[in-house]
Design a protein. Structure first.
Length: 164
């Protein structure tokens, strides 16, 4: 299988599995554990390292490695959009409202007034739809893929003269 496709599939599936782990354990509702979600970044970095090592063997240069990482992130992002939509509309349809309740409780614990809390929650209203959540997952995966690939490619790329 093409290394870009296989790495993208790996990243997408691993991140999707982690999203569901967060859901089934209920960690996304716990303020102390909600940030464990960001393990997805480590999963993406690991997948990019694995994939870029494979594409380096194909003779990719620095720019080629960044492009390969971006393409891996696009493949992963498409899977993440689909799994996010399944997560927020079918398996955990109340998850967005539950996260909002957790956010409200955090703001109350910080001593915010009811008007400040209402303003903060209304300010985030556009991002609290299943599609907005899925799109945010795609964009975060894509941006992380490009930035991290630019760093990884410094160390993992074709070395020496170009083959003739």
């Amino acid at each position: 299988m093409n290394p870009i496709l296989s790495a993208g599939l790996l990243i997408g599936v691993l991140c999707s599995v982690w999203i569901f782990v967060m859901g089934f354990t209920g960690w996304y509702k716990d303020p102390a554990l909600a940030n464990v979600f960001f393990v997805v970044i480590a999963l993406e970095i690991g997948g990019l390292i694995w994939g870029l090592r494979k594409t380096a063997r194909q003779g990719r240069t620095y720019g080629g490695q960044i492009l390969a990482g971006a393409m891996m992130a696009i493949v992963a992002g498409v899977i993440i959009i689909a799994s996010s939509l399944v997560y927020t509309t079918i398996v955990f349809p109340n998850s967005i409202a539950e996260v909002e309740q957790m956010y409200r409780a955090r703001l109350q614990q910080q001593g915010r007034s009811e008007s400040e809390i209402t303003a903060a929650i209304q300010g985030n209203a556009a991002s609290r739809t299943p599609m907005a959540q899925a799109e945010n997952g795609f964009v975060a995966t894509f941006v992380t893929g490009i930035v991290v690939s630019a760093v990884i490619a410094i160390f993992v790329r074709r070395k020496g003269p170009r083959p003739q």
